[in-house]
Design a protein around this ligand. Structure first.
Ligand code: SF4
Ligand code: SF4
Length: 81
């Protein structure tokens, strides 16, 4: 399951450099996660790094992008070839 950033985002930019998949970018109002690139950090880390550094606690599970651990592992492999 990819993660998403909710409206509590303060656009502080802390999450961008810690993402191993370059999945996070500044959107029109708040920062956004590209669901096609987010693996919940599976493949790179034990836990989602963006959630660890976010001071606003605004990064949550995206129920519209449900994926199994195996799918997330495959996504990571595809991204990093
Ligand atoms: Fe990037 Fe990991 Fe956050 Fe997904 S959970 S956006 S891969 S840092
Ligand atoms: Fe927004 Fe949190 Fe990322 Fe800062 S770390 S830009 S508050 S999602």
């Amino acid at each position: 399951m990819a993660l998403l950033i909710n409206e509590n985002c303060t656009s502080c930019d802390a999450c961008v450099p810690v993402c191993p998949n370059t999945a996070i970018s500044a959107g029109d109002v708040i920062y956004v996660i590209d669901a096609a690139r987010c693996t919940e950090c599976i493949g790179a880390h034990d836990s989602p790094q963006c959630q660890l550094v976010c001071p606003a606690d605004c990064i949550v599970q995206d129920p519209n992008n449900a994926e199994s651990k195996a799918q997330l592992e495959a996504k990571y492999k595809a991204l990093h070839g």
